[in-house]
Design a protein around this ligand. Structure first.
Ligand SMILES: CC(C)(COP(=O)(O)OP(=O)(O)OC[C@H]1O[C@@H](n2cnc3c(N)ncnc32)[C@H](O)[C@@H]1OP(=O)(O)O)[C@@H](O)C(=O)NCCC(=O)NCCS
Length: 180
């Protein structure tokens, strides 16, 4: 499926919030403990000015004026290896894009939109910071469909985080290099 992309901004926040509430209800089944992020989470990250300061960016995939899916991400960095230094500990760091949130409208799933959104997020990240070299994410161990999706498009497991984001849930930490 051929889709176009546009940048997300504060006008999209109400819609993202509604989708997030729906997604949380599905993922947590009967247990009301996994709160959705809430409107202000999206607003703080996608409002003009603040988003560039915080290195956040969001992407929508659309066709013929209709939105098919959304992704929200940020550029982050993490230490990868110790650099020998007599006086103090220093670490080489890797820059990566954290895929925070992705949701494709139900009626548009299994058409390649999710994979296209992630590819687009990687391209955008390279524009924001050319030293960015991979994409990372957390996925709930109970979200089997998403795990199958991420495995299919080249993600690998880095670790399992127990009681994350909150008890009794657990998440898989995954990564995919930009150079597949
Ligand atoms: C996970 C999600 C983003 C995938 O989006 P999508 O547009 O349907 O994914 P794609 O069409 O690009 O899928 C690419 C491949 O991944 C695999 N895949 C995707 N969804 C799958 C599913 N439900 N079951 C098994 N495999 C799946 C397939 O191999 C698929 O290729 P194919 O359709 O040719 O077989 C979408 O299902 C979604 O929005 N889910 C709800 C929100 C969510 O769970 N987000 C993740 C939170 S971490």
């Amino acid at each position: 499926m051929l889709v176009a992309f546009r940048a997300l901004d504060e006008e999209d926040c109400e819609h993202l919030d509604r989708m997030d509430v729906e997604m949380s209800a599905i993922l947590q089944h009967d247990e009301r403990i996994l709160d959705p992020y809430g409107f202000h989470f999206f607003k703080a990250r996608l409002s003009r000015g603040r988003s560039s300061y915080l290195n956040w960016f969001g992407v929508a995939a659309f066709d013929s004026g209709e939105d098919y899916g959304f992704a929200v991400s940020s550029i982050q960095s993490a230490p990868i290896k110790r650099i020998t230094d007599k006086k103090r500990k220093r670490y080489a760091r890797i820059k990566y894009v954290e895929l925070f949130w992705i949701n494709v409208m139900k009626e548009n799933r299994r058409k390649g939109v999710g994979a296209a959104l992630i590819n687009r997020v990687c391209e955008e990240a390279k524009v924001v910071d050319s030293s960015c070299s991979e994409v990372r994410l957390h996925v709930l161990t109970t979200n089997e469909d998403a795990i199958l999706f991420y495995n299919k498009i080249g993600f690998h497991t880095m670790s399992i985080k127990k009681n994350y984001p909150t008890k009794p849930y657990s998440c898989i930490r995954m990564r995919r290099s930009f150079d597949l």
